[in-house]
Design a protein around this ligand. Sequence first.
Ligand SMILES: *Cc1c(COP(=O)(O)O)cnc(C)c1O
Ligand code: SF4
Length: 364
Amino acid sequence: MTRSAESFPRRRTLRTGGELAAAGLAPPERTALIDRAGAVFPVAVTAHLADSMAPEGALARQFVPEAAELARDPRDLDDPIGDAAFAPVRGIVHRYPDRVLLTPLLVCPAYCRFCFRRGHVGAADAVLSEAELEAAFAYIESNPAIWEVILSGGDPLMLPARRLAAIVARLEAIPHVATIRVHTRVPVLDPARVTPALVAALESAKAMFVVLHCNHADELNEDARAACRRVAGAGIPLLSQTVLLKGVNDDAATLAVLMRALVANRIKPYYLHHPDLAPGTAHFRLSIERGQALMRELRGRLSGLCQPTYVLDIPGGFGKVPVGPSYIEGGGNGGHRVADWRGRVHAYPPEPREGADVAGDRPT
Ligand SMILES: *Cc1c(COP(=O)(O)O)cnc(C)c1O
Ligand code: SF4
């Protein structure tokens, strides 16, 4: 039996150290620390998450603050991916010529302790006013180079279905906007929010993609999978993004299980993000070399459908780039050396030299 979103009263989100300890999700001696961390960046664990969370497991590590969160690392940056310099109006981040982020609200169902936007997300004035939203639409309208709008946040699926439908309709009416993308974690954090009305709000005459943020296969329990099926069932393709996190998913077996679970549920892995330098998140970070080694372990052993692109958002606002691993070296007239997925190296022949007389080049 599946329970419908409407048939159960919504249970409360846990927001304090005391509530988490009472639910058995944190040791009682950590309650004060959790509340101190929550004063910096809100603590929230949905009832859905609490049901599937084991103390100290991969879910608890993502959502229940640890002492390390209150420490400052010298590499931490308050604006880790340099959004501020690319925000022409409130609610818009325009870093690349052809696409913008539109953040109608900065609220999430639960707060990831590693959040790269932890400086903005969860703030008190976290929803754009009608006038601010209109200014954001006007910015998009006046920039014909904007081909894609990415609804992000916060989590756009926290909006009431009617408001979301109005935003989608407004974007749909802008002729140069061809693609709308929704970045969300709601299907895994609070799947009951993905009601038929919310899914209907996403349906668009233009291309619509939903990108699910999911970091561990434990997040894809039956209710979460059913929420994703409702989205896919409306003809909306799903992609995923995963943040590579120490102590959560930083081993090849865990990533393999996650990527396969995503694909088996019709979700195409899109990005594996190297963790950003957000304040108080040093305990989640690992080296880029380690990330590359994990990617090498996935290559060839898992279907190509299960391979995400490993990306780094370059600090300072320079955007995302793939950070390997690379399988090719050399080049020029020495030719390339290419490593296969098992690590064996093969030669790829060089291009002929300019002006060289290549045998068989033209009939004589
Ligand atoms: C991540 C991001 C995007 C989307 O980048 P893609 O590589 O197209 O997924 C767009 N704008 C900003 C500001 C971003 O941070
Ligand atoms: S869902 Fe995204 S924006 Fe919200 S807390 Fe998690 S990482 Fe941050």
